[in-house]
Design a protein around this ligand. Structure first.
Ligand SMILES: Nc1ncnc2c1ncn2[C@@H]1O[C@H](COP(=O)(O)OP(=O)(O)OP(=O)(O)O)[C@@H](O)[C@H]1O
Ligand SMILES: [Mg+2]
Length: 432
């Protein structure tokens, strides 16, 4: 990766344009002790990588951003704003700057609006990584250049080839969204919206301890592209609706599991939330410990073993919630579920919940857009695809993949319930 001989001084705040700005991290020149990567370890990331680090003896989460090429989104900003340079456009659509602007607003909230301080996991500022840190990332094969197509553009940016990162409080591994605090979490999202921040990415992965943690996809007003003559108000309304819709979606999935267990009451249905199996390990060991993953595996093994051999579990149907990726780790855990069900002599029924974001949002904003909007359907769909979440399909004969686009939680729970009755012959045999 090319580096400049004499890079310009590090700015005290970023981005250098209208609107909110994030401060330089107080200890930006202190040594960083890299501990471990957080989040989906096996997966490649769109925006960058998040690490648990220690700086001046305090643990933080450090989000390291990939280099960004604004020309990839020129079809969007280029058609809406005349004479915009890629350098300025990047301040409004590069995930690093999206986070700077959102956290800049959280740092200096608008007056007379709801409290904002606890809406997001706290942020301490940005920093540019040292050569030593760059070496650490290179040695460990974290690719930061994948989206760069034009080094001559990068040369002209304020950061040059320096690697950008944002320092946040280290939150727990738990999203912290439960049946009891849904109202509180929604209030936090509404508060962000009131302060003119739209996250555009409300989902469990981006929430830690009930607070938003990922603003890489967010828009914060004032916004040169969102507020251009051509895009106008409708677009902002659209994005606020998007936050609400994603929240509803998240809640719907949690609700389906609960309703399903109620429907399975005649079979003594029981819900085992994935965090019941993870939290004991997290309570006693740091995730960096070599003993952490083996402990999680041992807890799962002990619980699964009881389900396989203890007769006192045999009169119940168990509903597990889980989020597994399509990689090796995900298939290994799915294998453990299957092995347990086989030993137990029961049917294992994987249910995958999907949803068409495109269709739902199109409906949500169609009236608005016909009145004001200038976006064409093609552009809209392209943007939504950019942010699509991928789902896994294990390809199992008993699998049910349910598209939630047209379904409310009640109907979805009923369909899953019916599917379970259809494929689990053992339930019929017992005469229920
Ligand atoms: N402050 C934090 N404390 C604890 N864990 C965190 C923190 N920030 C991020 N994580 C973990 O790292 C993951 C990725 O973080 P984040 O969502 O900010 O990155 P991303 O590159 O936008 O990822 P994606 O594109 O998958 O949304 C989160 O899902 C979460 O598990
Ligand atoms: Mg994220």
């Amino acid at each position: 990766m090319p580096t400049k001989q004499n890079p310009p001084p590090i700015p005290k705040e970023l981005p250098p344009c209208d609107g909110p700005k994030l401060n330089l991290f107080e200890h930006h020149d202190s040594e960083i002790e890299w501990i471990e990567r957080l989040g989906c370890k096996g997966e490649s990331s769109r925006e960058g990588y998040v690490f648990r680090v220690k700086i001046n003896n305090v643990e933080y989460a450090l989000k390291v951003f990939k280099f960004h090429d604004p020309m990839q989104n020129e079809w969007w900003w280029g058609t809406h704003v005349d004479d915009l340079t890629p350098q300025i456009a990047a301040y409004y659509e590069d995930p690093f700057y999206n986070e700077c602007r959102a956290y800049g607003r959280i740092r200096k909230p608008l007056r007379g609006k709801r409290k904002l301080s606890d809406a997001a996991v706290a942020c301490h500022g940005f920093l540019f990584l040292s050569d030593r840190d760059r070496q650490y990332l290179e040695d460990n094969e974290y690719d930061l250049l994948s989206s760069i197509v034009d080094p001559s553009y990068q040369e002209t940016t304020i950061e040059g080839f320096r690697i950008r990162a944002i320092v946040k409080d280290l939150a727990s591994e738990d999203h912290g969204v439960t049946g009891d605090n849904l109202g509180k979490v929604l209030n936090r999202i509404v508060a962000l919206n009131q302060h003119q921040i739209v996250t555009r990415d409300v989902r469990l992965d981006n929430i830690r301890d009930g607070k938003m943690v990922d603003f890489g996809n967010s828009f914060t007003l004032p916004h040169i592209i969102m507020q251009s003559e051509l895009v106008r108000h409708a677009e902002h309304e659209f994005n606020m609706a998007w936050d609400r819709w994603m929240f509803d979606e998240m809640v719907r999935k949690l609700t389906i599991a609960r309703k399903l267990v109620t429907l399975l009451e005649p079979f003594k249905g029981k819900l085992v939330h994935n965090h019941l199996l993870i939290d004991p390990a997290g309570a006693i060991l740091p995730r960096s410990s070599p003993d952490y993953q083996p402990l999680r595996c041992a807890i799962r093994a002990a619980v699964f073993d009881a389900l396989a051999v203890s007769h006192d579990t045999f009169d119940s149907v168990f509903v597990f919630t889980d989020f597994q990726s399509d990689d090796e780790v995900g298939s290994a855990v799915m294998g453990e579920y299957r092995a347990m069900a086989a030993r137990r002599g029961c049917t294992f029924v994987p249910i995958t919940l999907t949803c068409s974001k495109e269709e739902n949002l199109r409906r949500l904003v169609s009236s608005e857009r016909s009145a004001h909007g200038k976006l064409t359907d093609t552009e809209l769909v392209a943007r939504l695809r950019d942010n699509a979440v991928t789902h896994q399909s294990p390809g199992d004969p008993f699998q049910l993949e349910l598209d939630l686009t047209e379904l409310d939680a009640e109907a979805a729970a009923r369909m899953v319930h019916q599917h379970i009755l259809d494929v689990c012959v053992e339930l019929g045999k017992e005469g229920h």
